[in-house]
Ligand binder design. Structure first.
Ligand code: HEC
Ligand code: HEC
Ligand code: HEC
Length: 89
């Protein structure tokens, strides 16, 4: 019984350290703030592997990622591709 309680405490601790994505992220730059709604993309696209390689973790979102990965998928799937669709002043 005591062992079980310790096990459960350990599991809770481990669970709390697993990374969870925020619902939404924003990136400020001179062209205008880009908002990435992670939750909406996750729900719509279903497959984490569309953006994450292996175990989903932090991705460094820079210009290359934004104009590469984000925009290429939008081209393929009829998402927004105009500058001001992503960049808002
Ligand atoms: C459309 C692309 C896309 C999809 C689909 C997607 N993610 Fe992400 N995810 C990202 C990006 C981009 C980031 C980095 C955001 C940032 O930190 O600026 C991220 C970050 C994360 C993080 C790291 C959070 C942190 O800050 O430590 C986790 C965990 C994660 N995603 C889990 C998932 C899971 C699980 C799924 C599938 C159910 C999923 N993601 C689907 C793009 C995506
Ligand atoms: C694997 C495909 C895919 C990737 C990668 C992806 N998106 Fe999208 N995104 C979509 C699709 C599909 C839509 C259109 C959804 C709709 O209108 O039903 C969309 C819609 C959007 C919209 C408009 C709707 C909203 O959520 O406000 C924005 C802004 C957006 N994406 C930003 C981004 C950014 C920024 C990234 C990269 C960090 C990104 N997306 C990566 C597929 C993707
Ligand atoms: C699919 C969404 C998307 C579209 C469309 C898009 N961008 Fe971006 N852009 C991003 C993301 C994401 C970043 C990286 C975020 C950051 O660095 O703040 C970025 C970064 C930038 C930067 C900052 C670069 C830096 O290093 O400071 C400029 C300037 C820029 N974009 C201009 C444009 C122009 C001009 C267009 C239209 C021709 C455009 N973007 C279209 C998503 C997009």
């Amino acid at each position: 019984m005591k062992k079980l309680v310790i096990m459960m405490m350990l599991l809770t601790f481990v669970g709390a350290t697993v990374a969870i994505a925020a619902d939404s992220y924003t990136y400020d730059n001179k062209k205008g703030t880009v908002t990435f709604n992670h939750k909406e993309h996750q729900d719509k696209l279903g497959d984490c592997a569309k953006c994450h390689e292996g175990e989903p973790a932090k991705i460094e979102v820079d210009k290359d990622f934004g104009h590469g990965t984000c925009k290429s998928c939008h081209k393929e799937m009829n998402g927004p591709t105009k500058c001001n669709d992503c960049h808002k002043k």
